[in-house]
Design a protein around this ligand. Structure first.
Ligand code: SAJ
Length: 429
């Protein structure tokens, strides 16, 4: 069976590789020549070693070949292109382009699978619509939606193990797609209709956004009540049916901040909870910026070092990272900023490659990303390089006692000042 996978990004490349390693002849298609070059040269742009490994072995096997346009013939087309938002509205142009190309090329009986996360109704309107626009009946092919569900950082493992949901447009379509995905997916594959599959995907990410908003709201609330939000959440999570996530400086990534808008746009009048959760999460960089101003307000011309540009721990991905918004807010207050991140790439603000250079003469450090390495920084060594010893830990990963003992004023998101000051009192007693 011959497959064409459209889009060789975070999802398309590993998916194409998994199909190829399962024995299919796969053509991976991407309009970006540089990306194709890079993949052929060993995927240097990727830090996730699992993805690099499956891509390299797929290329070496000869089952995966790459191209900038669709092959002349394929039995199945898998669309994995991005769905960004513009002014909070989904921008479906890449899905539309892909659908148009596939509709022109596909033959009767072919299978078309959409993996991209999309607003409800997209399979019918855009994919089936492209066939109608091309003068073909969408009923002459099999159309399914199998939304990607993998988490950056564990992509290959989750591609193999996560359950999948496949929505079919007409009876039999989902079964066709299941036969394909069962070649590498060991998780349960549930079959349904397209609109349900579309909703399932955005509901998953919206659920997480709402949960994150609850955690973030608790962080601000607990601080005003003089309580440690992390301790409250930890103890509440002892309950077998409670699982509150961790607060943070904001919700980044390409999916969680974006997908809830697919639901709220569908009906703004009945989605107040979803919209409020978004607003709560969008406020978090402001909360951290305010913590910074509380420490820096008396001083002019101060320097702030952000630890972390990636949107979350231990990955290089900086898409929609809260770090960027925080930089803007601190710049508005005329703070000069350096950013250090040992993993991040493609960040729109200059990264300082050396930790020591980044912290030298700084007045304040802000932990923005919970990279594992940051938890082990030596506060004594860092402190000697800085001009003033202030640190804000927006992820609660530092050893507070050690930083206070090294002479730092420590502020932790969701923790009242008295709690960090109390540790100092205990130390000096
Ligand atoms: N975050 C917190 N506290 C937490 C957990 C996360 O502040 O306790 C923050 C992260 O730092 C990050 C943001 O939330 O800024 C999102 O990170 P994430 O790990 O929650 O999710 P993503 O965006 O990396 O991946 C999500 C996943 N969706 C769900 O878990 C429901 C993944 O399975 C999806 O495939 C992916 O979106 C996607 O592509 O849609």
């Amino acid at each position: 069976m011959n497959l064409a996978v459209l889009g060789l990004g975070y999802i398309g490349l590993p998916t194409a590789a998994m199909f190829a390693n399962a024995g299919f002849a796969v053509v991976g298609v991407d309009i970006d020549k540089d990306r194709i070059e890079d993949i052929l040269c060993g995927c240097r742009h990727l830090t996730e070693s699992g993805v690099r490994d499956v891509a390299r072995s797929a290329l070496e096997s000869g089952n995966l070949t790459l191209a900038t346009s669709l092959p002349a013939y394929a039995d199945a087309y898998v669309i994995c292109v991005p769905t960004p938002t513009r002014s909070r509205k989904p921008d479906l142009r890449y899905v539309e382009d892909a659908a148009e190309q596939v509709a022109r090329r596909a033959a009767d009986g072919n299978l078309i699978v959409l993996e991209s996360t999309v607003p409800p109704g997209t399979v019918e309107n855009v994919i089936a619509g492209a066939f109608r626009a091309a003068g073909k009946s969408p009923d002459s092919v099999h159309i399914a939606h199998c939304p990607e569900r993998v988490i950056p950082g564990a992509v290959v493992q989750e591609l193999r193990n996560n359950p999948r949901v496949i929505g079919g447009r007409r009876p039999g379509d989902a079964e066709k797609a299941r036969a394909l995905y069962a070649s590498f997916c060991t998780g349960e594959i549930s079959l349904t209709d397209c609109i349900t599959a579309e909703l399932v995907k955005v509901v998953e990410n919206t659920y997480r956004d709402v949960n994150l908003a609850f955690a973030n709201e608790l962080a601000v609330l607990a601080e005003t009540l003089g309580t440690d939000a992390w301790e409250v959440i930890r103890l509440a999570n002892n309950h077998p049916r409670v699982n509150v996530l961790n607060p943070g400086p904001g919700v980044g990534g390409h999916c969680i901040p974006v997908d809830p808008q697919f639901l709220s746009n569908a009906n703004p009048f009945v989605t107040e909870l979803i919209q409020t959760a978004r607003r709560v999460n969008e406020r978090m960089p402001h909360v951290v910026a305010r913590m910074a101003e509380d420490l820096l307000a008396p001083f002019l011309g101060t320097r702030v070092t952000l630890l972390g540009a990636a949107y979350k721990a231990d990955i290089e991905d900086t898409r929609e990272s809260p770090a960027l918004q925080l930089i803007g807010l601190l710049q508005e207050k005329r703070r000069s900023i350096k950013v250090y991140d040992p993993l991040a790439r493609n960040f729109s603000y200059d990264l300082t490659p050396s930790l020591h250079d980044a912290v030298r003469d700084a007045d304040l450090l802000i932990v923005v990303t919970d990279h594992r390495d940051f938890a082990y920084l030596d506060p004594v060594e860092i402190g000697t390089l800085m001009r003033r010893r202030n640190v804000i830990d927006s992820r609660n990963i530092l050893n507070r006692r050690a930083w206070i003992a090294a002479g730092f004023t420590v502020r932790v998101l969701g923790v009242p000042h008295a709690a960090t000051d109390r540790v100092e009192t205990a130390r000096s007693a």
